[in-house]
Design a binder for this molecule. Structure first.
Ligand code: PRP
Ligand code: URA
Length: 213
């Protein structure tokens, strides 16, 4: 990655890139989009959790006792930025079914491009857990920055951010606001248009997922 995008991992696995292309295609159905987002989320989650610490525990297989590895510490928290974050959340929970879940209700005012918060519910002990915030689109990054601010204000210290698509403008803003939060994405697109949409992007992720608009 260029130094400008330090802290950003682009998951360029062929399966991720293949599924992303189908999601970008305006002809893809709502059902197809939702399914592909779920599948892709699991693959990105695999990379975002690659460095989780392990501990050794004593178990007994049907043949012998052994020392085996388990993920150390408290259960992860996935923090979904509503609504579109739920599309990623489902796939991440497929991979880590025991994770705790936080919901952050937030929508982007289409005129100001500022996030409007309407809901927040998270486990109490965020300070003791790894928190992975999820939202498919990092456009201006106003929503993601505000969501991470909220999580940190509730005690979160070890935070990661998973998205599907990012704009260079959003990455710069996000990394300036939260340099301690690594970002995992399937692609970094060209730029934002005058309405704050990622180009070429995939359109409005929430609308594509739920068939609204
Ligand atoms: C979309 C997306 C992000 C936000 C990204 O949500 O899911 O939350 O926009 O834009 P930003 O980086 O410029 O803040 P939207 O506000 O459309 O809400 P929705 O998920 O409820 O559709
Ligand atoms: N939100 C979306 O859903 N898509 C974009 O391109 C930008 C913000």
């Amino acid at each position: 990655m260029a130094a400008e995008f330090e802290g950003v991992t682009v998951v360029d696995h062929p399966l991720v890139q293949h599924k992303l292309t189908i999601m970008r295609d305006a002809e893809t159905s709502t059902r197809g989009f939702r399914q592909l987002l779920r599948e892709t989320a699991a693959l990105i989650c695999y990379e975002a959790t690659r460095d989780l610490p392990l501990e050794t525990v004593a178990i007994r297989t049907p043949l012998a006792p052994m020392q085996a590895k388990k993920i150390a510490g408290k259960k992860l928290v996935f923090a979904s930025i509503l609504r579109a974050g739920n599309g990623l959340l489902e796939g991440m929970l497929d991979l880590v079914p025991s994770a705790r879940v936080a919901h952050i209700g937030m929508y982007r005012d289409p005129k100001t491009l500022q996030p409007v918060e309407y809901y927040f519910k998270a486990p109490e002990d965020l300070s003791e857990r790894t928190v992975i915030a999820v939202d498919p689109m990092l456009a201006t990054a106003n929503s993601a920055v505000a969501a991470i601010n909220l999580l940190k204000s509730r005690g979160a210290k070890d935070v990661r951010f998973v998205c599907l698509l990012a704009a260079p403008e959003g990455i710069r803003r996000f990394r300036a606001a939260h340099p301690d939060v690594p970002v995992f994405t399937a692609a970094i697109d060209s730029h934002l248009d005058d309405h704050g949409y990622i180009v070429p992007g995939l359109g409005d992720a929430g609308d594509r997922m739920y068939g609204t608009k």
